[in-house]
Design a binder for this molecule. Structure first.
Ligand SMILES: [Zn+2]
Length: 381
């Protein structure tokens, strides 16, 4: 019994000593410093992860939840200085007006895919290619390869192959991207319609009118832009593509006050080639949508001033990211689409590297440590 007590006392003392030794080692050595740095890096990582919407990476559908299932929705996709607008009509048909530049193809494709999934839909009913510029059609290559598209509205600009046996004034494309998109449309056997004249269609009570082009041949690519007016209940939405002032003038002559709209997708990313004072005053929108990139020089200050003078609210993709609009109680409302604002892969890599450097990427292997030379004095003794 006594021996047992002594034994436990001895054990206790040994443990205490060991703990003291560990404490000494921990606080005096680099371990404490390394440990503190790891906690600091972990805290920074977690703050960045949660504050920048990191959890959203684990949800497959980056869609505005409060608009989910709503009859009529317009989604402005953030594709930098390019256009891409997704529209859901009350009959559950989906239209995509433009698909951004080629390097935005995966963003557009993923967005459309998630949207279709969240609405329990499987295909895109209409794809409108407003005009042949790559910042509007480039992304369509990845889109067409990944998502079923029923009908494509395309400008009356032909590929060289298509124009082979044609005569007279024929618009012929000069870009490889356009040729690639058109041949993909044929390969996927989509129904093709040329938007070379005004026409309208009714999609579940929504009126969709193609107001321009009104001719089949133009000098400039932007003049081919499909100009689309969508009317839902009492609200009107006008999409201008990259139409310039000449087209605006024709529209004023043909439609006058009918051009008044609640929402205007500002032409040509807010460039001075479009949006004349006269045209803007006639449209007089409540909301102006600008598809712009903060690293580019558009929108122009002049156009911004014109829009400010109309007292409309300017919604930019460069500041809002992807965003969506709908109507509620006869009022237009909009909301930012929730999406993570940081690159999780990059954040994790930086975090791992920082921690690895703190603790030493590899420990020195024991056999590489040279044995200490025994002092000669000791040997003599
Ligand atoms: Zn453009």
């Amino acid at each position: 019994m006594i021996r047992d007590k002594a034994y436990w006392k001895f054990k206790k003392r040994k443990a205490k000593e060991k703990f003291q030794e560990f404490k000494k080692e921990f606080f005096s050595s680099k371990t404490f410093f390394r440990f503190s740095l790891t906690i600091l890096f972990t805290t920074i990582f977690l703050i960045l992860f949660f504050c920048c919407g990191g959890l959203l990476y684990f949800y497959s559908t980056p869609i505005v939840d409060k608009f989910k299932g709503v009859d009529f929705q317009i989604h402005a996709l953030n594709v930098g200085q390019g256009d891409s607008t997704l529209i859901k009509f009350p009959n559950n048909q989906i239209m995509l007006i433009d698909a951004g530049e080629r390097d935005m193809g995966s963003h557009v494709t993923n967005y459309v895919k998630s949207f279709l999934e969240s609405e329990n839909l499987t295909k895109l009913d209409y794809l409108v290619l407003t005009h042949p510029d790559s910042d509007h059609i480039g992304g369509a290559i990845e889109l067409l390869n990944s998502i079923e598209v029923d009908t494509v509205f395309r400008p009356k600009v032909y590929t060289e192959e298509e124009a082979e046996n044609m005569s007279g004034d024929v618009g012929i494309s000069s870009t490889k991207t356009y040729d690639e998109v058109i041949s993909l449309i044929k390969e996927k056997e989509c129904d093709e319609y040329f938007s070379d004249n005004t026409f309208s269609m009714n999609l579940g009570g929504c009126r969709v009118e193609f107001l321009s082009p009104q001719e089949s041949y133009y000098d400039k690519s932007n003049e081919y832009s499909a100009v689309i007016m969508i009317t839902y209940q009492t609200k009107k939405f006008l999409f201008m593509g990259d139409a310039d002032e000449t087209i605006e003038q024709t529209l004023i002559e043909n439609y006058g006050d009918y051009l008044k709209a609640d929402v205007l997708k500002v032409a040509h990313h807010g460039s001075e080639t479009s949006s004349s004072q006269e045209f803007l005053e006639i449209v007089n929108p409540t909301y102006a949508l600008l598809y712009v990139d903060s690293n580019q020089d558009l929108p122009s200050i002049e156009i911004l001033n014109r829009l400010h003078s109309l007292d409309c609210e300017i919604l930019r993709t460069s500041t809002l990211g992807d965003f969506a609009l709908t109507t509620l109680n006869n009022e237009i409302i909009y909301s930012k689409v929730a999406s993570p604002s940081i690159d999780i892969a990059l954040l994790i890599s930086i975090y791992t590297l920082a921690v690895a450097l703190t603790w030493g990427i590899r420990e020195r292997h024991p056999y590489r440590i040279k044995p200490r030379r025994v002092p000669e004095k000791v040997l003599l003794e």
